[in-house]
Design a protein around this ligand. Structure first.
Ligand SMILES: [Zn+2]
Length: 285
């Protein structure tokens, strides 16, 4: 499913096409996208809105309008956005909404599994809405080891589960948590609150590096994700552990193992990522 690198890739690609444009006509064909609101009512509210900025927070794409309202798009499992000249996108049984822009182009929303959401917020509602749901933004300067340490402190949950919680760090999902833990050489089942300050430092750096690696290759196209021009991302070609069960670890050659953590498939190197590190085992109690 799209995580921070995929959503940011979409944002970067769409930004020059939508900022300054007006939503001329909006067609929402799937009521699930905007429930509990009526698709026709939401479409009518969106028509005439002019885009001031396209932003991202965690895995949310934020269309800020000049009116002060904001459309919050969450792609969930299989959502994606396409941008093209009007009439050039072929039929698609999974298309759930189309926005006609005032320059003769369209933004089409596609979603196979239909878990994605479009949520229109009134002026002043956005910050509170996001702050209640999301922790720090991992690629921002404000994301420091100290902040991550505070978010993990006293937590008994496995490290992987704590990092999947969007209130710990915003934007991580199953892929980039596994990739970050491999980079930090931390076991996914380590108790989240048990990391020492060096390990938190390592993890902070590893989260950034894993996300930047994904972003540099324009996101991971495993199944449904594609960029707004329809092309695929190549982040999957740079994965170190995700989906690589049985492949040799690029750091030590040990075959990558797969386990389940909190019901999620989890890949890690059993030699590089041991559950209790030598360092913490040898620390004086
Ligand atoms: Zn290894």
């Amino acid at each position: 499913m799209p995580e921070l690198p995929e959503v940011e890739t979409i944002r970067l690609a769409l930004e020059p096409h939508v900022v300054g444009r007006t939503f001329e006509q909006v067609d929402i064909s799937d009521p699930r996208l905007v429930r509990p609101f009526e698709p026709l009512a939401v479409a009518a509210e969106l028509e005439g809105e002019r885009v001031a900025a396209l932003e991202r927070r965690g895995k949310y794409l934020i269309v800020r309008f000049e009116s002060g309202r904001a459309l919050l798009i969450h792609l969930r499992m299989t959502g994606s956005l396409r941008h093209a000249a009007r009439g050039t996108l072929g039929d698609d049984p999974y298309r759930r909404a189309v926005v006609n822009l005032d320059d003769g182009t369209d933004v089409a929303y596609r979603d196979v599994r239909r878990f994605g959401t479009w949520h229109l917020l009134e002026p002043g509602e956005l910050d509170d809405y996001l702050d209640r749901r999301l922790g720090g933004e991992p690629l921002a300067r404000t994301f420091t080891a100290k902040r991550l340490d505070e978010a993990l402190a006293n937590r008994r949950a496995p490290l992987k589960a704590a990092l999947l919680d969007q209130r710990t760090v915003a934007g991580l999902g199953n892929i980039y948590v596994d990739e970050a833990l491999w980079r930090a050489q931390l076991h996914p089942l380590r108790e989240a609150g048990s990391l020492d300050s060096d390990e938190v430092q390592q993890l902070t750096k590893a989260i950034r590096e894993a996300l930047r690696a994904g972003l540099a290759r324009q996101g991971a196209s495993l199944r449904d994700y594609s960029r707004p021009d329809g092309r695929r991302g190549r982040a999957q070609e740079g994965f170190r552990v995700y989906g690589l069960e049985g492949e040799p670890c690029t750091r030590c050659g040990t075959p990558i193992d797969k386990i389940r953590v909190g019901g999620r498939g989890t890949w890690y190197c059993p030699a590089c990522q041991v559950q209790t590190t030598n360092r913490s085992a040898s620390r004086p109690s």
